[in-house]
Ligand binder design. Structure first.
Ligand SMILES: NC(=O)c1ccc[n+]([C@@H]2O[C@H](COP(=O)([O-])OP(=O)(O)OC[C@H]3O[C@@H](n4cnc5c(N)ncnc54)[C@H](OP(=O)(O)O)[C@@H]3O)[C@@H](O)[C@H]2O)c1
Length: 269
């Protein structure tokens, strides 16, 4: 299915950090336009011009609390909060359009609700909309399968000092991709700490190392090492805007897909 170009996007959670970044990212592409910037009814942004938040060059639109029935939309992007999920999802279901969701912290029930919706509309949820990380995951799996068990795999992640969870969800996803490629159960081979360890490294282990410092946006390295050589695949996020631009690219892509549950890697082709 070829999407109508430009793809008309609605952004839900438009006044938040990611919503604004998605509005900026959409403005930098020629294959999409912003049709609506949705905020909650009680928001002080309702009725305010997008240019107030984005400056010159912003789409000539106001922030709105509800989608005008006459406004055509081909895909909706949500970066808000789990409590608000039903609002953008019901618009997507009613309009039969693609739903790109970057909101994290969804409950199991909400994830099931999204998967259920995917039988009727195209849905793409991802906790990390970096296309570089999506490719890194694919490359790490290919390297693990091709280099074989004589290469040890270690994963290092670095994030800013405020990050609370460790290892990062992305580091775990990379480890799972490697374990799957080697046909191992991830929890059997994941090694989260070596403090107090008295044994040598087990052959299939996937070790995780974590660093927290200052304002580092996010860095992941998957290291493959054998006797005498070492391959390191590294992704560095320099700006949070990559997540917004990845979500916008995903929405443009999703507008051309049929109903289904999609992964960010599908966008890479
Ligand atoms: N997938 C990824 O790659 C990725 C990357 C970064 C962040 N995220 C996730 O994206 C989400 C948003 O992050 P953020 O940094 O943009 O947060 P944020 O700056 O706090 O923005 C959240 C937005 O959601 C709106 N909102 C809150 N409750 C709402 C409701 N009931 N109905 C409608 N809108 C509501 C807020 O509006 P008010 O200001 O009016 O409350 C605000 O505009 C979080 O879940 C975050 O973890 C995902």
């Amino acid at each position: 299915m070829t999407p109508q170009i430009p793809v008309r996007l609605a952004i839900h959670g438009a006044s938040g950090r990611m919503g604004l970044a998605a509005l900026r990212a959409a403005g930098q592409r020629s294959d999409c336009t912003v049709a609506a910037a949705l905020v909650r009814a009680a928001s002080g942004w309702v009725g305010e011009s997008l240019s107030l938040a984005l400056g010159a060059g912003a789409p000539d639109l106001d922030f709105v609390a509800a989608l005008d029935p006459d406004t055509g939309v081909d895909a909706i992007i949500d970066f808000s909060t789990p409590d608000a999920l039903e609002t953008p999802l019901s618009i997507a279901l009613e309009r039969r359009i693609g739903f790109v969701c970057g909101t994290t912290g969804l409950s199991l029930e909400q994830t099931e609700r999204l998967k259920d919706a995917a039988s009727r509309i195209p849905v793409l949820w991802s906790a990390n909309f970096s296309l570089g990380v999506a490719l890194l995951k694919r490359m790490a799996a290919a390297a693990a399968a091709q280099l074989g068990p004589e290469f040890d795999v270690e994963i290092l992640e670095v994030h800013h000092r405020h990050k609370k969870d460790a290892p990062s969800g992305t580091a775990l996803a990379l480890g799972k991709a490697v374990a799957e490629a080697r046909r191992h159960a991830f929890e059997d081979v994941a090694r989260y700490t070596r403090q107090g360890l008295t044994e040598a490294r087990a052959p299939h282990e996937i070790g995780f190392a974590v660093m927290r410092a200052a304002d580092v946006v996010g860095e992941h390295t998957v290291m493959f090492a054998s006797e005498g050589e070492r391959l390191e695949l590294t992704h560095r996020a320099n700006s949070r805007s990559i997540f917004a631009s990845g979500a916008v690219r995903s929405a443009v892509w999703l507008a051309g897909q049929g109903a289904g549950w999609y992964d960010i890697a599908d966008v890479l082709g």
